[in-house]
Design a protein. Structure first.
Ligand SMILES: Cc1ncc(COP(=O)(O)O)c(C=O)c1O
Length: 469
């Protein structure tokens, strides 16, 4: 071998250097995976690190501006296509008081499903006649109150119908009721455990019974056909069926209804597990839902309209599509690990105790600082001493040190209500105000005192120290 040639080809020695990998490319859907690095460190102009220092980690952060904008665009989409629309805010989706209050300020009624939710809506100043009362269990004292206060009670089963008949008769009041219906739209799994079945005539029987009862007035029909419904044709089928039944009641029983309530179920911009395409591509906009629903309903009732009868009020109970992307969760990395199979894992201070929806969504996980380092498939664990505590099975992240933070979103729907009070304190929820830089705590973080306030120690157990003696 010619050593002279080899020497000539050899490049001069350079000291090794470490260069951070800046990932700013496009993801597989052509979307830029990272934003402006400065934006990553801020949420609506507020420094994320400051928020965590001030309010602790983990932290739920709510955007007032997004919440109001979502409600307004839902209402605009429907009201611009149908003459008489109301939105009942589905409390179970997120009943943090400030969130409910903001939506009521925007004009939403309350949709409640339990005594607690009913009482909460009233305590927030919602008048009884702006409450839609759903759910399979309404105890008799809350039914009495709801009847007295003129709430719209949506009857779920015959036993409840009987109970309401009795209460209304005792009170000497005519109760405004609707019946919840279940039926097959052909697009979603029928939720036949709720309400009266349409196909087997149960719903017609319920309507006839209400008609016979002097203390009940049937004023509406309700149905909720499922959740995270991506195919707008499901709603078209739903409103056609509701309209047809409404006409049948008018013609055969001379019952004039005021409203049709189509429940909730509009999908939020979240990534449902098992769906390959990103939410931006599969989730219909409010305009797309409205464009499918409103003209279909108007057409289904056209013969009635031609006879001069007004269109019924259209009631929406949208939950997740209103609040999901109005909330994010900030969490800190507690530790990093390498699993025996070579995968990288991070332990976070927020787990499925706070992110119940982690069981069915692949939440978006974002860095809160510029993206440096080579990304690797990473599994995100929460802090619970439980094997099921997995926030994301697999997400591509660069190396992160303990103490660094991540932003998980959208998390506004069903987490502040279905979270588990299990071994950890639940964290604070804050609100980023829309009209100023202010940030308000809208739910305090739990502490030992708040968590123990319902425990009672019988006499003899008061001095715990003596138990160990
Ligand atoms: C009767 C009723 N209305 C409204 C909703 C809200 O649904 P979503 O959050 O999917 O809009 C639900 C949720 O299960 C419901 O059961």
């Amino acid at each position: 071998m010619n050593t002279r040639i080899l020497k000539a080809q050899r490049r001069p020695w350079e000291a090794p250097t470490l260069r951070p990998v800046q990932l700013t490319g496009l993801n597989k859907f052509g979307k830029r995976s990272q934003h402006n690095p400065e934006d990553q460190e801020r949420l609506e102009g507020r420094c994320i690190e400051h928020l965590l220092e001030q309010f602790g980690s983990p932290l739920f952060v709510t955007s007032e501006q997004r919440l109001r904008a979502n409600q307004q665009s839902l209402m605009h989409a429907f009201s611009s296509r149908y003459p008489n629309v109301i939105h009942g805010w589905s409390y179970k989706t997120n009943y943090t008081s400030a969130i409910c209050a903001i939506l009521h300020q925007e004009g939403s009624w309350a949709e409640v499903v339990s005594a607690f939710e009913y009482e909460k809506a009233r305590s927030l100043g919602v008048p009884g006649n702006r409450i839609l009362f759903n759910g399979p269990h309404k105890n008799s004292s809350i039914l009495q109150r709801a009847i007295r206060e003129g709430a719209r009670i949506h009857i779920d089963h015959f036993d409840e119908l009987e109970q309401i008949e009795e209460i209304a008769a005792q009170l000497g009041i005519i109760a405004r009721v609707a019946i919840r219906l279940n039926f097959d739209t052909g697009y979603t799994e029928p939720w036949s455990r709720f309400g009266f079945n349409l196909e087997n005539q149960e719903a017609l029987d319920a309507a006839m019974r209400i008609k016979r009862c002097p203390h009940l007035h049937l004023c509406g029909l309700h149905s909720h056909i499922g959740t995270f419904i991506l195919d707008v044709r499901a709603y078209q089928a739903q409103v056609r069926i509701l309209a047809q039944f409404m006409i049948e009641l008018e013609q055969s029983l001379n019952i004039e209804l005021d409203y049709l309530d189509i429940g909730g179920g509009f999908a939020s911009r979240n990534a449902l597990q098992g769906i390959y395409l990103p939410p931006e591509q599969v989730v219909p906009s409010f305009d797309q839902y409205a464009e499918a629903i409103c003209p279909t309903l108007i057409e289904a009732l056209a013969t009635r309209s031609a006879q001069g009868k007004p269109l019924p009020q259209l009631v929406l109970e949208s939950g997740r599509a209103i609040v999901d992307d109005a909330q994010s969760l900030l969490t800190r990395v507690v530790a990093g690990k390498n699993l025996p199979d070579g995968r990288r894992a991070l332990i976070l201070d927020a787990g499925v105790n706070l992110l119940f929806t982690g069981f069915w969504y692949n939440h978006k996980v974002q860095l809160t600082r510029p993206n440096m380092g080579y990304p690797e498939e990473t599994i995100l664990y929460g802090p619970l001493c439980m094997n099921i505590d997995v926030v994301r099975q697999s997400v591509s992240l660069p190396p992160l040190k303990s103490g660094e933070s991540l932003l998980i979103s959208p998390v506004g729907a069903y987490n502040n209500t279905q979270w588990l009070q299990f071994i950890e304190y639940r964290p604070a929820v804050v609100l980023l105000h829309a009209d100023s830089d202010a940030v308000s705590v809208i739910r305090n973080a739990e502490n030992l005192q708040s968590m123990s306030q319902h425990d009672l120690l019988p006499e003899g157990l008061l001095d715990a120290g003596s138990l160990c003696a």
